[in-house]
Design a protein. Sequence first.
Length: 355
Amino acid sequence: MSRPRPLALSLVLTLAPMGTLSACNIARMVDKSTLKTMAPQIMANPDVGLSCALGATTAPMLGALGKEGKRADKALVLTYMSAAMCSEPVAWDAELRRLGAARRGAGDETADLLEVERRAHLEAASRYLAAWEHLETAFGPIGAGCPSLDSSKNEDLLFLLGLSTGLLALVHDQGSGGLLGVSLDIPRKVERAATCLDDTTWWGVPGALQAAIWVTVPGALPEGKDAFGALAQAAATGDAAGVRLARAFQIQSLATVGDEAGLKAAVAEHAASQARPGSNPDFALLNAYAGQLVRHESDKLWLKAAGQRTPSAKYGTFPQAPADAGADGLDDLLNQFLDAQNPAPAPEGAPETSP
């Protein structure tokens, strides 16, 4: 049995003969090699940093190989999605440092970190949006019907991941303050397109995408549906299959709507699931990425309650928030000051005291 080619070698062997090919042939060759040869290797590697670096490096090069309509759009979905994974940790880290600064009362630092956070969100949003646009170019208008997906070429996996890029583009655009102007129509398109994929085959992710939309988009919940129940079921399906992306989408949704009790329970379940055997090694990257999303939400809870990020040994547990004596303490001090300035009159008949 031949050994799989290293990623860099696969890319070189793909691009080397392209000088003699037409733009259409180049695009088809790159798409085929990326989906059949490179994607499985990338998905099996848990190093998110390496994946994002590969995407950030190759996306501009692949985009330059052909004109619009003749580009390797399927490959570009993956490369732009991977590139966005480089921007997200910058936004997350700035948010955590901002929360710490706010806790210390460092107003100037808080404002500066908010701007760092927004810029990183904008970069992530632009990259995820580029992935979404290449998905639409490759498969037609998303949500207008089910495209023909060749599973032997991993097109169903690509379509699934591409759907998530649309929602992530919107999430990060909102984190930037809406600077990119990502269309608010995307969630409903994703909701319809998710029905094209089998929920059990894809670890509950199609159902999680739908339920996340029902939870977070006003008016999206169909009559008779239980959005939070559907999220929990999708997460459990993913945990059982050893690919925890649905759990991460559940946790992001709970954080978005401010359900702290549900959020803590879901993070604890994610930690317990990680401790059990059965992770799917073929999709180690997705598990690692899901772990980053979940840990960020855990870190926010820890920072607000204890002033530090989640200790590795305590992942899945949460500190008791200290009693909020801030407002009460200020009230007590103010009352003491007013009492000193305006002493109560002495009872009638009491001896007067000299100042």
